[in-house]
Ligand binder design. Sequence first.
Ligand SMILES: [Zn+2]
Length: 645
Amino acid sequence: MKKTFLLVLFCVFAFAQLTSAGLSKHIVDYRIKAKLIPEEKAVIGEETLTWLNDSDKFISELQFHLYLNAFKNERSTFMIESRGAHRGFKSDEKNWGYTKIKKIQIKDGPDLTSAIEYIQPDDNNKNDQTVMRVTLPNAVPPHKKITLYIEFYSKLPKVFARSGFHDNFFMVAQWFPKIGVLWKGEWNCHQYHLNSEFFADFGVYEVEITAPEEYVVGASGRRIAEVKNDDGTKTYTHYQEDIHDFAWTACPDFKEFKVDYSLENPPVNTEIILLIHRTHLNQKDRYLSSLKNGIEFYSQNYGAYPYPTITLVDPPIKGLGAGGMEYPTLFTSMTFSWMPRGIYLPEMVTIHEFGHNYWYGILGSNEFEEAWLDEGINSYSEVKAMQKYYGEDRSMVNIGGLKISDFVSQRLNVIGSGKMDPIVKKAWKYYSKGSYAVNAYAKAALMLLTLEKYLGEGIMSEIMKTYFERWKFKHPTTQDFVSVAEEVSAQDLSWFFNQFLYSPDKLDYAIGSLRKKEVKEPKGIFDEKKEAVREKEKKNKEKIYRNEVAVVRKGELIFPQEILIVFENGEKIREEWDGKDRWKRFVYFRPYRLESAQVDPENKVLLDVNFTNNSLVRKSKKTFPFKCALSLMTSFQNFLSFVSF
Ligand SMILES: [Zn+2]
């Protein structure tokens, strides 16, 4: 009996070990106790971190993100880059934020507090304290673990950029000492920047959050315990494996809604938790339905959402600086109580931020170095999801007869941009915040939509699914994405990616000119066949026209083009051109004249920054009404590609 019991126990233990291997390799294991002190706008924390040296090197120093120090003074790298403002919100000089390490020691070993140094690997700005280095008395051997015990005090800034407080609303993100990534044997631990803030290793988080009991608390991961304390506080324990960051929120003005969500194919079972500010309760259904749409779209198109919870945080108006942000299994959206039904801002932000749980969360690419792998792929996914659920031509605005799609708003960003940066660039090295947003988000989205038109939807869908499945929880790079695209499409796509990822130039093809001229009796010597043709033409007494179409490449970037040529009698010719030269001329001898020519007639090349020069209609007094109608139609088509009514 005892033996059987032991065997069962062993099996259970073995199973637990197997499942605890998780979906990702667990490099980190955080056990954190956090106490919110609302009067101080601060969090007191204790952290036990076990870190695995997953390299073949002895590692003699550790590096940590201390990202609240970005809000410590005006000379931090973030404050210099942002000029103290973010998305229209300004920093508050009376409410700086920081993390102070009170103690760091090897568990049951030496105290390392005096070994703390601040380093600035990105810009040498000695005033920046967002990266902390600790030299160890003994190096961590390859494939061995080290456990640290850390006490810290995190003072939250008044929220204007992502993390902080407003009155009784707390969005607690980037709040604990988080170890950097040992990437190919070297520390990859960037400073906190205006344009990027994420790259960390996967592992286990168990976080106990204590807050006054009237506060509604939400956090990454699943709630496994909730205890009422004698001092009027409550402690909530959250646990989640296979995530690489942890954020939480607390506000007595949240109303919590919990809804079970499941999907059959692929199988998804998760709990939706909405934390809606009391001033926005009329927005609940919009948040809920768009989040359901997001889970369905991403699960069906990329892979099943794997976590047991997803929490949507709705900040109050004065806390909107925290809105539109992604964290593992938790994100912030944004809305206003008066938001018209036909403006799909809360829907778009909800789908976008939920979607980050895939590219930022589950894949875990390096946002500092290759932001497009998160923001760009996510913007592409967002455009497709918005089209599916809110209408192809009206997925952003559908109000008073005015319709604008998400795609059009992305395209307008690209059209209106300069040529300052390529898509792939370190996030803090872009010319401006605007240039970062255009390239890492909109241009990358248009690039993928163009690739989809070029390869076909079926192949593109297979590329995205393969990329997600192969690289989930593994920190893929740009080259990994390109390799999957080439493998699945069985094509060399280097010509495509090398141009669009690494060049700041633009793509623009145009019809340069249309000419048609009646030709007289040809002079010279012709072979028999051509003479015969000419004789026949003469017999029919038809006029002969030399019709010419010149197609020009106005931008630096090259893309194969289709050209549709239409004659006045209705004859249509489709030509193909590799698009490499600066121009290409097509000539046709016909007994009738050219009517119009259009490059990329199906608008497949979505990166072409000027659709209005894609077509020309011939000038002719005789057919003025017809010409006008055609011109109008062409202009209208071009216009439709921006806005539709
Ligand atoms: Zn985003």
